[in-house]
Design a binder for this molecule. Structure first.
Ligand SMILES: Cc1cc2nc3c(=O)[nH]c(=O)nc-3n(C[C@H](O)[C@H](O)[C@H](O)COP(=O)(O)O)c2cc1C
Ligand code: SF4
Ligand code: SF4
Length: 341
């Protein structure tokens, strides 16, 4: 079923995740403009259980092999039913695709209710192999059976528990998770890791993925994505270090950092994180990125420790990692592997 509405919620402390969300929005809008309102009249053959993994231009889509498809020479094109006999109805209303910024506590208290004919896309960055624990506090989010995709944006290291945490979160809020995307963006702790990503090649990947998602949804109802629900989710974590105001004289008391902190732990009077709240900090850097005077950060010894750790991570992850799309309808041949941590 073609979704009636698409809502993309993004959590982006330093901007990389927002770029991924924007590229997906562009791709989804383009795909929805050309998608037929009803399912194609020509039924597609059943999915085989031997789905091949296709890597093209850095894109890695686990595709369900059609029983009639030649296994050796698959390309992306035949799976995207731009070639179906259906033509879009010019009188049909375009499907609205909206974005919602869910960074602040305030934004997560604004009513965000979807319905069974809608598609919700949650785009978030991975921290320490986890979903940002700020998202555990989202009282105004209500799925009411809407289909959902989780998009884990990471800095070329690993996603680990992040994906299943976000899937569990959306399930708890009444969504049916039907798929996931792994997407790369520049590492916000070490900008030379995945530098410049998402780039033009990534934008092309997201466009191709968006077309495949809409084509698949238009063909029929997708089952719920199977993910690990047996391993207990972890409690909110703790960043190793909390950013502070380094030069008090430079700060003009604008209060932006306190307003934007996703955990709302910066005292609006002192503009510091009180000791009793330091354990809640995610290390997300929203407070540093939003400070126009650049007076928030880490003292030199902490910076040196972060740099040493990041150079190890960089050395261990030199390759350009691909963006990956995983849909529930194509999951049979690629069962979810247990998290590594
Ligand atoms: C505290 C912290 C922890 C991170 N942990 C991971 C990680 O475990 N794996 C990874 O690949 N990237 C990690 N990253 C990189 C971010 O996931 C990535 O840069 C993301 O794009 C940041 O989102 P933003 O640009 O929207 O702020 C981490 C970044 C920060 C600041
Ligand atoms: S104080 Fe911690 S949680 Fe709050 S914005 Fe800064 S880094 Fe993020
Ligand atoms: S954003 Fe920067 S200048 Fe504004 S209050 Fe925070 S530390 Fe001070």
């Amino acid at each position: 079923m073609k979704p009636e509405r698409v809502v993309i919620a993004y959590f982006s402390p330093t901007g990389g995740t927002k770029k991924v969300a924007q590229a997906l929005k562009d791709g989804l809008e383009a795909a929805l403009t050309t998608a037929p309102t009803t399912a194609p009249t020509t039924a597609l053959p059943a999915l085989s259980t031997q789905a091949p993994v296709i890597k093209a231009q850095g894109l890695n889509i686990k595709l369900g092999a059609r029983s009639s498809a030649p296994s050796a020479a698959l390309t992306l094109r035949p799976t995207i039913p731009a070639t179906t006999p259906d033509t879009p109805d010019p009188s049909a209303k375009p499907t609205p695709v909206t974005t919602v910024n869910c960074l602040t506590v305030k934004s997560r208290h604004k009513d965000l209710a979807l319905g069974p004919r809608d598609l919700f896309v949650l785009v978030y960055p991975v921290y320490f192999g986890r979903m940002p624990w700020a998202l555990q506090q989202w009282p105004a989010l209500h799925g009411h059976g809407a289909s959902a995709l989780v998009v884990s944006v990471y800095g070329n290291r690993a996603i680990e528990d992040g994906e299943r945490e976000s899937m569990a979160l959306l399930k708890e809020h009444g969504f049916k998770v039907v798929g996931a995307i792994e997407a790369i963006a520049e590492h916000s702790q070490e900008r030379t890791l995945a530098q410049g990503r998402p780039d033009a090649q990534d934008a092309h990947d997201f466009k191709t993925m968006a077309a495949h998602i809409i084509a698949t949804l238009t063909q029929g109802e997708l089952p719920e994505y199977a993910f690990d629900v047996t391993t207990a989710l972890k409690a909110p974590g703790k960043a190793p270090a909390v950013p502070r105001i380094l030069e008090r004289a430079q700060c003009d008391d604008c209060g932006r950092c306190a307003r934007l902190c996703p955990m709302q732990i910066i005292d609006p009077q002192t503009l510091e994180v009180p000791e009793e709240k330091a354990a809640l900090c995610m290390g997300c850097r929203a407070c540093m990125a939003c400070c126009k005077l650049q007076c928030r950060g880490f003292p030199q010894p902490i910076l040196a420790a972060i740099a040493a750790r990041m150079s190890q991570i960089k050395a261990a992850n030199p390759e350009r990692k691909p963006n990956v799309l995983k849909l529930s309808s194509e999951q049979a041949a690629a069962p979810h592997s247990a998290p590594t941590t």
